[in-house]
Design a binder for this molecule. Structure first.
Ligand SMILES: NC(=O)c1ccc[n+]([C@@H]2O[C@H](COP(=O)([O-])OP(=O)(O)OC[C@H]3O[C@@H](n4cnc5c(N)ncnc54)[C@H](OP(=O)(O)O)[C@@H]3O)[C@@H](O)[C@H]2O)c1
Length: 328
């Protein structure tokens, strides 16, 4: 494994909507490049490779995993396939950055993380928000404590895609539903800001496919601290996060999970507005971090840790239990 070489050769497995943004940002990163692209359709892989300056196109995922020149694979197919392909890539000794959610349930996440340990290969869930400058600033600000403790928070994520029972957003066999696709972001925010809740209450509505169309969650913490969270595929919502602290309020502007701005308002009404001036799509930050881990021969991110991926999915499992949602 060429772990200490400077240039990282990336492979993309399943070049769809999100893979385009990843590939666009990869072009802005030094000492890393798109080496190969694998699609179930060779022509599609060829076209993607040409558009994003890759070198090799494959018509099978297996061929990508076998390519000795590939250092890291970005897994970007629908959630339902993350487990199978992540495990296969790890067994081929490829470092893996897998899109969120890592899998459909905690058991599968455990299996993926265990495989990474067994194969001694780097695996990280691509929860890009964690690496964005505004989010890192927020976490440091809260840690530093000038606004005191967090007393409550709210975070929502909602948009209204056109209904299509075959699309990954609505098709349960592909892992469809609002919770796993976008509810993961408000949950991520609560877990990173407040930690693991003592109690979870949740309710949901469903599409005829059985996938959840919307989900409302209440996370309860000691001292009456609460997080009100929601996701919906039925309407566009502000997609903001508002954090109430003892000495002020923090607002992550729309859309809080993307590169965005933050307003800090103290209890005397003084406002500070911070813009972080991100010029990429925002996927560059997680990728640069991953590249560094790979060069340093690390097997786990100290930010998006395996334990955090486990907690994130276990929390979603608890929500699923409350709303009666299961993926087979
Ligand atoms: N981080 C973010 O901001 C973000 C944003 C959007 C999505 N995501 C995550 O990225 C993943 C992919 O989302 P996407 O919107 O990019 O999906 P997508 O465009 O619908 O599909 C991505 C690729 O997956 C393969 N695929 C699609 N439908 C399939 C099916 N029915 N059976 C087998 N393979 C199929 C196709 O690859 P082939 O070319 O091989 O056919 C397709 O190009 C999801 O897990 C999602 O949660 C993350």
């Amino acid at each position: 494994m060429p772990l200490n070489k400077k240039n990282i050769n990336w492979g993309i497995l399943a070049p769809g909507h999100i893979a385009k943004k990843f590939a666009k940002d990869l072009l802005t990163i030094e000492n890393a490049e798109l080496y190969s692209v694998a699609s179930r359709t060779l022509e599609k892989a060829e076209a993607f490779k040409n558009e994003y300056k890759g070198k090799v196109a494959y018509g099978s995922y297996e061929d990508l995993m076998k390519d000795p020149n590939v250092d890291a694979i970005y897994i970007a197919n629908p959630h339902a396939f993350h487990k199978e392909y992540t495990i296969a890539c790890l067994q081929h000794k490829k470092a893996v950055m897998c899109e969120k959610p890592l899998a459909l349930n905690g058991e599968d996440v455990d299996l993926m993380l265990q495989t990474a340990k067994k194969e001694n290969v780097l695996l990280m869930e691509a929860l890009w928000t964690y690496f964005l400058p505004h989010y890192q600033f927020l976490l440091n600000f809260l840690k530093e404590g000038s606004f005191g403790k967090v007393t409550s928070m709210e975070a929502d994520f909602g948009f209204q895609p056109v209904f299509d029972e075959k699309s990954r957003l609505f098709n349960k066999k592909l892992g469809g539903g609002s919770l796993l696709d976008i509810g993961i972001y408000p949950i991520f925010a609560a877990l990173t800001i407040l930690g693991k809740p003592e109690k979870i209450k949740a309710s949901a509505t469903f599409f005829e496919t059985g996938a959840d169309s919307s989900c409302k969650m209440l996370f309860e913490y000691p001292n009456n601290v609460k997080a009100e969270l929601s996701s919906t595929l039925l309407e566009k919502t502000p997609t903001e996060a508002v954090i109430q602290c003892e000495k002020g309020t923090i607002k992550l502007h729309t859309q809080f999970h993307k590169p965005t701005k933050i307003t800090f308002t103290d209890n005397n009404g003084n406002q500070t507005y911070k813009d972080f001036g991100v010029t990429t799509e925002g996927y560059s930050f997680e990728t640069i971090h991953f590249n560094e881990l790979l060069r340093e021969n690390k097997k786990e991110s100290p930010i998006m840790t395996h334990d955090f991926s486990r907690l994130l999915m276990q929390t979603m499992d608890k929500v699923k239990e409350q709303i009666g949602l299961q993926y087979s």
